[in-house]
Design a protein around this ligand. Sequence first.
Ligand SMILES: Cc1cc2nc3c(=O)[nH]c(=O)nc-3n(C[C@H](O)[C@H](O)[C@H](O)COP(=O)(O)O)c2cc1C
Length: 330
Amino acid sequence: MVALRSAEKCGVLGLISRDGAAAAPVEVMGLKFPNRVGLAAGLDKDGDTIDALGRLGFGCVEIGTFTPRPQGGNPQPRVFRLIPHEAIINRMGFNNPGIDAGVANVRKSKTYRGIVGINIGKNKDTPNENAADDFLACLRQAYPVAGYIAVNLSSPNTPGLRDLQGAEASARLLDILKTEQLKLAAEHGKHVPLVFKVAPDLDDAHIRDLARVFLDGGLDGLIATNTTLDRAAVLDHPRADEAGGLSGRPLLQKSNEVLRAFASHLGGRIPIIGVGGISSPEDAREKIQAGAALVQIYTAFIYHGPKLVRDLARLLPLVVLTCLCGNALL
Ligand SMILES: Cc1cc2nc3c(=O)[nH]c(=O)nc-3n(C[C@H](O)[C@H](O)[C@H](O)COP(=O)(O)O)c2cc1C
């Protein structure tokens, strides 16, 4: 990230990425995305690398997760590469400079023309009874500068956070946040979409109940999915037992199943951003076919670098076309 920022500052990134990603704009949640490929939350945790990441071709950069107060996250080591599986286990624990610093960083970004999503969470020491206050504080701060706001209910690394994904708890939270969104829309004269990010570790009944909550509550968008606690696909690896969330290739199928289930319950009424395990255009095609309107990557960007961003952005318009025709050419 330091190298990226330096390369951007001295103009090198602008030169080497001049061809950028193919422009194939798409409108989702009322926002115009320059292409369908976004960077998932958790890489630009501070939001201070937006311009450089934009140069690499991302149509959307989701920054954070931010909490109301800054926090250091879990002790290191807290990120592990499972190289043969092209996977990562992380237990970062929302290390971040706090929402105010995040918003200040967004204001400093100069050249990026894509969509900036701001991902928000709760501080580790905030009890779940008061979680809504943390989300509200972040929502208010982020609203003026965000393209959309992603409410993270699904990190496995903040104790108790995933309990907020219960149907009742998420209905209550959605109601509180939508009420505030309405007020903020009037105050700022713009509607900033509110998106929930869910875990892949949900069973069918839970997905059905959540989908009902999201439809009834008027959620603007859904991000499926975060990392998984399931280790079935990497049991042979010596790091498999590390605590945290697993991402990358081994997550693809599980994440797709959850995406497909949400898509079938939501019936196209709430757009879905598909994330989890994409490491090739073929994987992205599966996400689109499963019901995603946009995709995001994280782990495969670590393993494959910027070329993957450009390949995905270039090929996805074709993928969508072939999906619409019901004929997968890829
Ligand atoms: C090191 C690391 C840190 C992450 N931090 C966050 C985070 O702060 N907030 C969040 O919503 N997701 C976070 N994620 C999850 C990713 O945004 C993404 O949902 C997940 O990794 C699945 O996508 P992938 O298989 O393409 O990596 C993190 C993932 C990794 C690998």
